[in-house]
Design a protein around this ligand. Sequence first.
Ligand code: ATP
Ligand code: MG
Length: 560
Amino acid sequence: MRFSKLFAPTTKDAPKDAVLPSHIYLVRGGFISQVGSGVYNFLPLGKIVLDKISKVVKEELDRVGALQTELGFITPSKLWKQSGRYDKFGKELLRFSDRKNNEFVLGPTHEEAMVDLVKGRVKSYKQLPINLYQINTKFRDEARPRYGLLRGREFLMKDGYSFHENEESLKEEFALMEQTYGKILDRLGLEYRVVFADSGAIGGSGSKEFMVLAKNGEDDIVTCASCDYAANIEAAKRTKPKIDNPQIAKGKTHTPDIKTIEDVSKFFKVNSSCAVKAIVKKAIFADFSEIVVFFIRGSDTLQETKALSASLALELVDVSEKELEDVGLIAGFIGPDVEIKKFVDLELKDEESLICGANELDYHFGGYSFKDREFEYVDLLEVCKGDLCSCCGGVLDITKGIEVGHIFELGDKYSKALDANFLDRNGKAKPFVMGTYGIGISRLVAVVVEQHHDEKGSLWTKETSPFELTIIISNIKDEAQKSFGEDLYQKLKEEGVEVLLDDRAERFGYKMSDFELLGFPKAVIVGKGLVDGEVQIVDRKSLEKTNISKDEIFDKLMEF
Ligand code: ATP
Ligand code: MG
């Protein structure tokens, strides 16, 4: 490719809303341009990267027997209603009708569509297992699309779905997909961790996420210093800390205007871990909402995703004082015996000698016991740095990551709902046991830059760089430079090297700064040294320049 013919409009200026290096460099380098909120065009360079990543994903999946398909981007709403996700997916799901009033959704993920494809076509256990995938556009009307390609509304995803006769076969495929995703990320040159995850709106029994370590990541990952344990903070567990609650006199105590956990612990002269904290939220469902209360230890923090999962709501939002009053709750004095929908953290089970609200203005209970009390106990806690690992007791730490892949053991949730069955070994109809596996192709374009860049631009990795090499002709008006550069370019192209010839009639400095911004691994500068028989190789990462004899440059490059 000749730079003079390439459409890569590089700029000095970054978009106003761009804060992350990947967003800045991808726009400045002319890889992508914004269409609207969370929607991007891929220009030629961006499209090359996108295709390279897709190719790696495809090669690794095909190697382990997955089959590529391509489903319609739009899915009939009927299927989503049947699975129960039409309402559950909330506002992220874009619903619309055609001219004949047929209802559709823009596919944010394709469990329903893939089950419908397999239904009635895969009939017997003899045709199982089968793993079908596609690399296709998704649409999610994200509440806060941002960071360029990292959180778009329209994005490219590889989504795969496996169908099995039993759990054992699913577990085998799940392990194979975990291994395959690892290989894909290794080939892309990314440092990552596989972590236990929350299954979110997709549902299912177990799931793992692939997190690329990056300081600008939106996800918090809990890792253990002593063992392999790693989990998304939304799913992370800890060893229950040993807390010896001091004996607190049983009974109702007058606590005028003592409302916060801090006030309570000061008043009773105890640690905040002895108090029970009430967190009130409004749970929003498809056609109604209700007030719910979550109870945790005063020293702990509520993990919002765990709370959301427990409540089964679409969304949890804060409540106003008026809404509290309307349901008879008294802010600052809410205790577990209140008559309202509530969830209690698992670590409070059987705990004694605690302080909690008495559900009466200006009163708290002392010596409260959870023993022999019937509550819905669930894990609601956010693990903190310094907590102890639930596997080995080691110390937990928290680091930042970007989710690039997510694999789920789904079970028969979708096949049952959509009535998709096969005949098992005993000739009995049984719903498919399923797995689902997603990897964000367009997000990966940004993730590579997020993990590999410097203050001048991107540093593409071996398998993601649009070109392996740029030949920069320093002065295009110099016939000797021009013809040497052209010659080298042709010879390398014949050898199959992905080479860009910077033959533009621009200043050398301008071409060099484009080379730095675009971030291909190496450049050859054909410049003034040519009269003395020398050219230079520049390494993009170190920016080191090495003089090489013009007669040796071709062989040297072929060695790389
Ligand atoms: P997130 O937690 O980041 O919103 P998710 O858990 O909703 O992602 P999945 O449903 O697991 O995403 O989708 C599989 C993969 O698709 C993700 O691992 C991610 O790489 C990619 N992906 C999801 N949402 C987006 C988005 N808005 N923009 C770009 N890629 C996305
Ligand atoms: Mg996910």
